[in-house]
Design a protein around this ligand. Structure first.
Ligand SMILES: Cc1cc2nc3c(=O)[nH]c(=O)nc-3n(C[C@H](O)[C@H](O)[C@H](O)COP(=O)(O)O)c2cc1C
Length: 169
């Protein structure tokens, strides 16, 4: 079968989705940012990272902070995800704007989002400038999951929102 050539940006478009998470960070102000650039960087130590563009208000907070949290919303939280992914913490308190509840973390200074079924607390270990995003990588120091949550309800995003599809065996 013939293969058609792809431009670099079309090649990046070939992915069906990346996990949608809500990053939280403390500092001069605390803030929430919707992120689809989220990946694991190591199993041992357990490292997880998020890619943030320098023009985001969150970028300065992630640079200055010692820690951050990754909160996983489920598909019922699309409205909140869109608010935290379109408004800026420079102008609004996104906890208020999205109607989300701050929760104190166990081991980090970043606030957690009570409504998210999964909260992962991270201590920042590395910053990697890659291109138009910087990856903030942190070690997972605490995490919790709501009992009734299943990851089939997490959202993926790449141009459109979806949940995971069928199991392949
Ligand atoms: C689904 C979705 C995924 C996003 N993923 C990222 C991302 O991975 N990195 C990033 O820098 N911005 C991402 N954004 C954009 C930011 O969330 C958006 O610019 C936000 O308003 C920045 O807020 P801040 O200025 O308070 O930091 C995404 C937005 C949406 C809706």
């Amino acid at each position: 079968m013939m293969k058609n050539e792809l431009s670099p940006s079309d090649a990046q478009d070939e992915f069906s989705g990346f996990p949608v998470v809500l990053g939280t960070v403390g500092g001069e102000k605390d803030n929430i940012i919707t992120l689809a650039l989220c990946h694991l960087f190591s199993f041992s130590p357990p490292l997880i990272g998020v890619g943030i563009a320098p023009e985001r208000f969150s970028y300065g907070l992630f640079r200055a902070g010692k820690d951050f949290a990754i909160n996983i919303p489920d598909k019922s939280m699309l409205r909140e995800v869109k608010i935290c992914g379109s408004k800026t913490g420079r102008k609004v308190d996104k906890f208020e704007a999205a109607g989300l509840t701050r929760e104190r973390a166990e081991k980090v200074s970043a606030p957690l989002i009570a409504e998210c079924p999964v909260n992962i607390e991270c201590v920042k270990t590395t910053e990697v400038e890659t291109g138009d995003h910087t990856w903030f990588v942190g070690e997972i120091v605490a995490a919790r999951r709501r009992e009734d949550y299943h990851k089939r309800d997490m959202m993926l995003y790449w141009g459109e929102y979806r949940t995971i599809g069928e199991l392949v065996k």
